[in-house]
Design a protein around this ligand. Structure first.
Ligand code: SAH
Length: 341
């Protein structure tokens, strides 16, 4: 087991179980996560006694992922990681004026099968462990020498299909002695697993929830997102209402602009109707075209018109700033290039 799998509570339990001092949990967290420490071997944790350090090395691993390649463009770096079982996942670092944001992967492959998405071309192989997700941040901070201030779980995988690990991941990176990343700077994106949205409404951290909507009606949504056959829009919207009531947090709706598919005036009007009265905002995403899939990005003018219709109808809307088009930074593209599938 990786030491980065453990929340501070689990680490405390561990030390108590081996008859060790409880405060070692805080000490060790600081050795693992404080910027000036970041040990790569337990032997470096000098204020923890030797026998305990040896016990830790027997019970836990410390480094489980490695960077294979880094592709750089203006304000963006794309990382390809190799995991212990030789699988690959990716993460994207974006430099914004408000800080550095890292988009991390949550699974190897993905079972959601969205038609426009490169990641889904490879079925889920397994969930990433909590530690593998934490390490994506550590490795990127180390390579870039930057502090990651924002994390979005929007890389390969469906986070709510790996629910428990995601929750532990959030607890660790949010903890003041962990990576101390503010809950409001953490965003989980889901294609809409209704039971998990309801469960997440009770998760006591003020993180952001983004919903990959991509279509304003069930017919079209089912065509491009198979998950819509399991959870129709009515159920999805109801779950979001419950979530809003419990958390008082605004949700984001992601809407990829696909040329001729979901970008017509009638779609914009349907979207207005669907989202009326819901405390949310819409993020229009220019589609990142990918070689293996036939979808095209909407024309800039079409996106602008769509935007105007939402705006005129009092929907808060933004158009996503683009990063990394030239380095295949869309979900799953780097991995599939590397593995050639
Ligand atoms: N499974 C989760 C998170 C990963 S996908 C989800 O569905 O939300 C993160 C976002 O990237 C989703 O909104 C997804 O639909 C979008 N996406 C996938 N492929 C894309 C592409 N080629 N261009 C732009 N956005 C893409």
């Amino acid at each position: 087991m990786s030491i980065y799998d453990l929340t501070i509570d689990k680490l405390t339990e561990y030390f108590l179980k081996i008859d060790e001092k409880k405060y070692y949990a805080t000490e060790l967290f600081s050795w693992l996560y404080a910027k000036d420490k970041r040990i790569t071997s337990f032997s470096e944790a000098s204020n923890i006694k030797k026998e305990t350090r040896e016990k830790l090395s027997k019970d836990f691993t410390i480094s489980n992922i490695e960077i294979v390649t880094v592709e750089k463009a203006k304000d963006v770096r794309k990382y390809l990681f190799k995991l212990n079982d030789k699988e690959h996942v990716e993460a994207v670092l974006m430099n914004h004026d408000y800080g550095n944001s890292l988009c991390i992967s949550s699974q190897v492959g993905c079972n959601m099968g969205c038609k426009f998405c490169e990641s889904g071309r490879r079925k889920k192989v397994r969930n990433l462990t909590t530690g593998e997700m934490v390490e994506q941040i550590l490795k990127v901070e180390n390579e870039s020498n930057l502090r990651i201030s924002h994390v979005v779980i929007m890389g390969i995988g469906e986070p709510f299909d790996n629910y428990d690990n995601i929750c532990n991941f959030i607890k660790i990176i949010n903890h003041p002695k962990g990576l101390n990343i503010g809950a409001r700077h953490i965003t989980v994106s889901t294609c809409g697993l209704v039971p998990k949205i309801l469960e997440f409404a009770n998760f006591p951290y003020q993180v952001n929830l983004a919903i990959s909507l991509h279509a304003p009606n069930d017919k079209l949504r089912k065509e491009i997102m198979p998950i819509a056959k399991v959870y129709p829009l009515k159920d999805l919207i109801n779950a979001i209402k419950v979530y809003l009531e419990k958390t008082n947090r605004r949700v984001t709706f992601e809407y990829i602009m696909l040329d001729g598919v979901n970008d017509k005036e009638e779609h914009a009007l349907e979207l207005v109707n669907l989202l009326k009265g819901i405390n949310s905002y819409v993020n229009l995403i220019p589609y990142n075209e990918t070689d293996a899939l036939q979808y095209k990005r909407s024309k800039p003018l079409t996106i602008a018109k769509f935007y105007d219709i939402l705006k005129k109808n009092n929907i808060t809307v933004t158009i996503r700033r683009e990063f990394g088009g030239t380095i295949s930074a869309a979900c799953g593209q780097l991995r599939s290039k590397k593995e050639d599938i």
